[in-house]
Structure formats: C-alpha cells, structure tokens
Design a protein. Sequence first.
Length: 59
Amino acid sequence: MKNRGELVTLAKGRGLSDCGIQARWRFDGQRFRLVRYAAEPTCDNWHGPDAWPTLWITR
C-alpha cells in the first residue's frame, strides 16, 4: 500500500469494536490535520468502526 502520510486512531469502548471513536489524520508537511472523525456511543453489538456515524469530514 502506498504511504499517504495518514494515521488512524481507534479507541474501542469494548473488545467487540461496536462502540468508540475512530479518527483519520493526514500529515500536510507541518502537522497532522483531522480528515475524518466518527463515533458510536452505544455498545449495541451491531456494527464496527467503518459503519459508525461520521461527525466530521475535511473537504
């Protein structure tokens, strides 16, 4: 995979990964900037990080 200068963080609310926070950051040459932020506060055993509601997208 090509290195795009991206960092992904995942803070799971529990081991099943059905709740928590996921953020994607991109390095612009000086600092990391937030690209996408998603969060799922409800641990409902329903879906994983890729399906969590997106709260922020940088355009």
